[in-house]
Design a binder for this molecule. Structure first.
Ligand SMILES: [Fe+2]
Length: 405
């Protein structure tokens, strides 16, 4: 790219041209973060937090038990929320499903009420990721000195299970949480137990998954994709890189959909299963000029309709095929067929081919979390997160689905 600065600390991919401002401050962001010791201090993603409407958690957990490798572990409450812990293996990010204990109108409610579809589920929102930190006090004080803001002051004394959250990003409305790295427990006031009927239902769902025999092909989350406005794209990425130890992997222009896909990856973990990639998607031109230029606007239309938020969580699918290779019936095709047997709906057929590098598909939006689940199978060691043709087709399918929500 012509305006990329030399001596990039990480290999860059993609063809989307960024502004001179972005290129200059990308390098400065890495330098400043290194100098403050934050790249060293902040580890990978150790948990994801998704909030749902009060009372909806058990339905959402059931959906996750069917669609992912997560197992239900236990539940607890603090003063404000009930949490449900789901895990795969200790090294993969934990999933925390959270439901508010009251319907008090807090910051999440306010954000959701700023969009027409957000209003319909005012407590439902992907909250953010929890990143492990080696030294909490040091990380928070360095970030505060750099003008980053947290929901509250860091308590003088706190347990190593304490999570310290940033204010929602003004660009993504996601939060970043810090927690002492490799701690498995959480601060809690009391345990919460589902009734036996619900626990039995969780076991039945896991048995259904086992009977359908597709989980052997699933991997943990591969990437997490947030949708932002066109004018926020570069700021969202640089702000995120300032708060984490992720690096900018590359931005790809998806001209057909007037969109770009921007990928950041952990500088600590090469393997996405240990710390998924964070992806940002934005229009190339703002929605209000699309009628003049006769361009589509699915990404910005989503943000207008749902507010800035996480759009999809992508589950990896192991590479491989079933039956003769020339039939091109891949593991992901089998996974989708089995989930359809269990009445899960998808937005289109599996897109792409192994000749192009990977196959992927979007589920219909979860009615409990409003998150799409993507299934992505990379073939023969393909390193990308998408092909341009695939993203154009996926973006179009998701855009059409938004219209009927
Ligand atoms: Fe994706």
């Amino acid at each position: 790219m012509s305006n990329q600065h030399p001596n990039q600390p990480f290999t860059r991919y993609g063809d989307k041209i960024n502004s001179d401002y972005f290129e200059e401050y990308l390098i400065k962001t890495y330098e400043s973060r290194d100098k403050a010791g934050l790249t060293e201090n902040i580890e990978g993603i150790e948990a994801l937090v998704v909030q749902v409407e009060p009372g909806v958690a058990k339905a959402y957990i059931a959906e996750l038990l069917l669609m992912t490798l997560y197992q239900y572990v236990r539940s607890f409450e603090d003063d404000t929320y009930r949490y449900h812990i789901l895990r795969i293996k200790p090294e993969n990010p934990t999933m925390l499903v959270r439901e508010p204990l009251t319907e008090a109108h807090n910051g999440i409610w306010t954000l959701n009420n700023m969009s027409v579809n957000g209003q319909k589920r005012p407590f439902t929102r992907y909250i953010g990721e929890i990143y492990g930190v080696n030294d909490m006090k040091e990380a928070v004080s360095k970030q505060e000195a750099r003008h980053f803001r947290f929901l509250n002051e860091l308590p003088e004394s706190h347990s190593e299970n304490y999570v310290h959250w940033t204010q929602p990003s003004i660009y993504t409305w996601n939060h970043i949480g810090y927690k002492k790295t490799k701690t498995e427990e959480y601060d809690q006031v009391k345990d919460y137990e589902f009734d036996q009927e619900t626990l039995d239902m969780f076991l039945e769902i896991k048995k259904l998954q086992s009977d359908l025999d597709f989980a052997q092909y699933l991997e943990p989350y591969d990437h997490l994709a947030t949708r932002v406005y066109m004018h926020d794209r570069e700021h969202a990425i640089l702000e995120f890189l300032s708060l984490t130890s992720y690096h900018f992997w590359g931005a790809f222009n998806i001209g057909d959909q007037n969109s770009s896909t921007n990928v950041t990856r952990s500088a600590k973990y090469v393997d996405e299963r240990l710390s998924p990639a964070k992806v940002f998607t934005a229009n190339n031109t703002p929605y209000y000029t699309c009628h003049i230029d006769d361009l589509p606007s699915p990404t910005e239309n989503f943000v207008l309709d749902f507010g800035r938020r996480m759009h999809h969580l992508a589950v990896g699918v192991k590479d491989g095929y079933i039956g003769p290779e020339e039939n091109d019936y891949r593991n992901v095709d089998f996974v989708v067929e089995k989930l359809q047997e269990a009445e899960k709906q998808f937005l289109a057929n599996v897109i792409g081919s192994c000749d192009e590098g990977l196959k992927q598909i979007f589920s219909k939006k979860s009615e409990f979390s409003w998150l799409i689940t993507e299934y992505i199978q990379r073939c023969y060691g393909y390193e990308g997160f998408f092909t341009k043709e695939n993203v154009a087709a996926l973006t179009q399918a998701a855009g059409e689905d938004d219209l009927v929500t």
